[in-house]
Design a binder for this molecule. Structure first.
Ligand SMILES: CC(C)(COP(=O)(O)OP(=O)(O)OC[C@H]1O[C@@H](n2cnc3c(N)ncnc32)[C@H](O)[C@@H]1OP(=O)(O)O)[C@@H](O)C(=O)NCCC(=O)NCCS
Length: 408
């Protein structure tokens, strides 16, 4: 028994957290290679290493994936201080290399000197596709930085290979990521680049991207659906996500055959970002004027948001709720109550559906009395849940209003 415990202890020493072991870098200058300060790690690695996000068989495991900042030419290395040997009966180390090669496309480099030589070629790298939007961001250290948003497709020379390298990041930062089939010509790609200076020359670094699939909408329209969106972690929280989403909305708003824009299985952070961007776009529309907001969501709002900005009804409703909150005096009991009721009416939708299903069930089981008791308990719980949901919504909306005010 003691022997088995010792063995377990020893084996545990050879387990590594893969979110820690994977080391990512975006390299602009040769000295970045050895600068630990520029390393970032995945948020997720379960899609490659399994639900436990653990690799077995190595001590001090480091899986280095270093990318040149613009073209994303990749340096790949696996390092460790020791590896299980056959002294551990029947226990094989995980095949790290096999797993990494499943996501990292061929053409990577394994030698640092070769990688540094290729880094010099970054000066020739230019953003793919057509320029949609330029913006600047003030950075305390670097001053005014300039960014460009481009729309690209597979006809751009070298884009296919570049996209294969770019999408490897999805696996580390989106919980349920999947690679797309870029050969389908209904995909649109939107890319963000930063212009930076190196030895007096202007170079371009990849900051993030979005893929959008153009679905057909009856009878002669399309409905672009945002599939994946990623701002690379070193650049998150600087406003690039909002710039990208706004540029994409403005682009599709100018395409007559677009019905509206949707998103595939949106994450919480994406929904927050979208709320902010859509409110920013809608706040100047006449149907969302202050006096109209207090009268409730109108057909005019829905129509204007759809016609001018390709926003669908569900999203227009959220925009209206946020803009109405902005002009509502919540310290006034009557106004605050009217607002709460308006939002709760929407939030109540799923609960009402549950209630209908429960009623149907009670009829089938012929246990009306028992279940009606249960139903009453359920109503109390629903009331509490509803209030909780309302408070969360309110908090999110207030955050968006603050962000709008800070950008004004
Ligand atoms: C979700 C995601 C796309 C957002 O992109 P982003 O560039 O970080 O977004 P923004 O910078 O515009 O906004 C993010 C936050 O930074 C804040 N921010 C933006 N600019 C800022 C600035 N100059 N100073 C301080 N904060 C700022 C915003 O207020 C916002 O805060 P909030 O979330 O509390 O409202 C990005 O975080 C990401 O790629 N995440 C991983 C993948 C993912 O979840 N994708 C979406 C689903 S596919």
């Amino acid at each position: 028994m003691a022997g088995a415990n010792n063995m377990e202890k020893k084996l545990a020493e050879f387990k590594c957290d893969t979110n820690e072991a994977v080391c990512l870098k975006l390299i602009r200058f040769p000295e970045d290679v050895d600068d630990d300060g520029t390393t970032f790690h995945p948020e997720y690695s379960h899609q490659i290493f399994g639900d436990d996000e653990v690799a077995f068989g190595y001590k001090g495991l480091q899986i280095q994936l270093f990318y040149t900042a613009g073209s994303l030419t990749t340096l790949y290395k696996v390092k460790y201080s020791s590896k299980v040997t056959d002294t551990f009966d029947c226990v094989e180390p995980d095949n790290i290399d096999g797993k990494i090669r499943e996501i990292v496309p061929a053409g990577f480099i394994c030698n640092t000197d070769d990688f540094i030589t290729l880094l010099e070629k970054e000066a020739n790298f230019r953003p793919f596709g057509t320029l949609l939007h330029v913006y600047t961001v003030h950075n305390d250290e670097a001053g005014e930085l300039t960014y460009q948003i481009h729309k690209a497709d597979l006809s751009c020379s070298g884009f296919r290979e570049y996209h294969e390298r770019l999408q490897t990041f999805l696996m580390w930062f989106i919980e349920t990521a999947s690679f797309i089939d870029p050969d389908d010509d209904r995909w649109d790609f939107f890319l963000v680049f930063e212009k930076y200076n190196k030895d007096g020359e202007t170079l371009y670094a990849t900051i993030g991207y979005m893929t959008v699939y153009n679905y057909y909408a009856y009878p002669d329209k399309t409905r672009p659906r945002v599939s994946q969106m990623l701002i690379l972690p070193p650049f998150q929280g600087e406003g690039h996500g909002a710039q990208l989403l706004e540029a994409v909305h403005r682009f599709y708003s100018s395409v007559p055959k677009v019905q509206d824009i949707t998103a595939e299985d949106p994450s919480e952070s994406y929904v927050k970002l979208r709320d902010y961007v859509l409110v920013k776009l809608c706040q100047g529309l006449s149907s969302f004027a202050e006096d109209k907001l207090h009268q409730g969501l109108s057909a005019e709002m829905v129509e204007e948001a759809q016609m001018k900005l390709k926003i669908n009804k569900k999203h227009a409703r959220r925009v209206y709720e946020i803009l109405r909150l902005r002009v509502t005096d919540m310290s006034d009991e009557e106004k605050s109550r009217a607002y709460r009721l308006a939002v709760k009416k929407r939030l109540f939708g799923p609960y009402r559906k549950n209630q209908r299903e429960l009623t149907k069930m009670t009829k089938c089981l012929r246990l009306e009395e028992v279940v009606s008791q249960l139903g009453q308990m359920d109503t109390q719980m629903q009331h509490e849940e509803l209030e909780k949901s309302y408070q969360v919504v309110l908090q999110d909306y207030r955050r968006i209003i603050e962000r709008l005010a800070s950008q004004a």
